[in-house]
Design a protein around this ligand. Structure first.
Ligand code: ADP
Ligand code: MG
Length: 325
């Protein structure tokens, strides 16, 4: 079930939340939309679901124009950021809710809901109140509820937002395989680059309501095309190419592995900070454009202000943009 968004704009009185967004999500694809808080991610999902008024543009699902189709008649499932479970209903009723709204008879909808609870690993939870569930269990109920009516397109808005990190990793992998099992076409919205990368086949990066880059994680990593995209995906070691290579132009990303501290190094700069992370010392030096720093792994912690020498492996650099800013 494909999803086509063409020239979508959504404005509020004070903000142009979504600006001229055009995207194509293929049938069965896991697509991520990543952007900082306030970049228009939730608004875009709401527009797809028919819950936000678009100033312009169109949504097509499997070729069908959704213009004028009210939210409850669109073949989409939206999983909200805060799950929005019904506290006065048991787990099974929550999951069966969409089917009830669609007029599916009780026996049939309860059977379907029970199957989905099994799929998300909550087989024994049917009669529990949602208020007695842990964050991770609530997430699974919300996912089961979203999938119950077999939507053509599943929209997930920061589905792991408030969970702790270790739970996030396992639930992300599980969410991924559940969506795969039901053959869903999905759009996963997050501000978290690790989540987006781990989830998706392809992704779009949003900046202030605009799509600034679309591609596979690998394509975007190797060719971010702007400093904003590079920083969004975690390429923080950005340096003007001309400082490293004669004749080099634009801005480059220097992977941590490409920098080696060495007494005979070609480059020299003063230490700004030193910290211990993931089993090694990370030393930052004042190198690059004014005010920016370059990080490297070091055998020992270093004292701020001390001058250190280092080498940069030029073959490992990634050219980020044509400009130095
Ligand atoms: P994100 O989900 O990426 O954090 P949102 O889509 O929630 O971003 O918001 C995008 C912009 O639109 C923000 O500036 C936000 O303040 C504004 N916005 C969102 N919803 C509304 C609303 N109902 N009324 C007015 N402004 C809104
Ligand atoms: Mg949001």
């Amino acid at each position: 079930m494909s999803l086509n968004l063409a020239n979508i704009s959504v404005s509020y009185p004070d903000t142009d939340a979504v600006k001229d967004v055009t995207l194509e999500v293929k049938s069965g694809e896991r697509f991520a939309i990543m952007g900082p808080s306030g970049s228009g991610k939730s608004t875009l999902l709401r527009a797809i679901a028919g819950l936000a008024v678009m100033q312009s543009g169109s949504v097509h699902i499997n070729g069908a124009d959704m213009t004028g189709v009210p939210a409850h008649q669109r073949p989409v499932g939206l999983m909200f950021q805060d799950y929005a479970l019904f506290p006065h209903m048991a787990v099974l009723e929550n999951v069966a809710y969409g089917l009830r709204m669609n007029g599916v008879p009780k026996t049939e909808r309860n059977e379907r809901a029970a199957k989905l609870l099994e799929l998300v690993g909550l087989a024994g939870f049917a009669e529990r109140r949602t208020t007695t569930l842990s964050g991770g269990e609530q997430q699974r109920v919300a996912l089961a509820r979203t999938l119950a009516p077999s939507p053509a397109v599943v929209l997930l808005d920061e589905p792991l937002g408030s969970l702790d990190i270790s739970l996030k990793e396992s639930l992300l992998a599980e969410t991924r395989s559940i969506l795969e099992a039901v053959g869903a076409t999905s759009v996963y919205v997050t501000h978290d680059r690790a989540e987006a990368f781990a989830f998706c086949d392809r992704m779009a990066i949003l900046d202030k309501g605009e799509v600034v880059r679309v591609g596979t994680p690998d394509e975007i990593w190797r060719d971010p095309q702007s400093a904003f995209v590079a920083r969004s995906i975690g390429q923080s070691n950005l340096v003007p190419h001309s400082m490293i290579s004669d004749g080099g132009a634009g801005l480059v990303f220097v992977p941590l592995e490409a920098v080696t501290m060495s007494p005979s190094g070609r480059f020299s700069a003063p230490v700004t900070t030193s910290r211990f992370e993931d089993g090694s010392n990370i030393v930052a030096v004042a190198f690059g454009v004014e005010g920016s720093s370059l990080e490297m792994r070091a055998p020992l912690a270093a004292t701020p202000g001390v001058e250190v020498r280092f080498d940069i492996e030029v073959d490992a650099l990634i050219v980020v943009s044509a400009n130095e800013v």
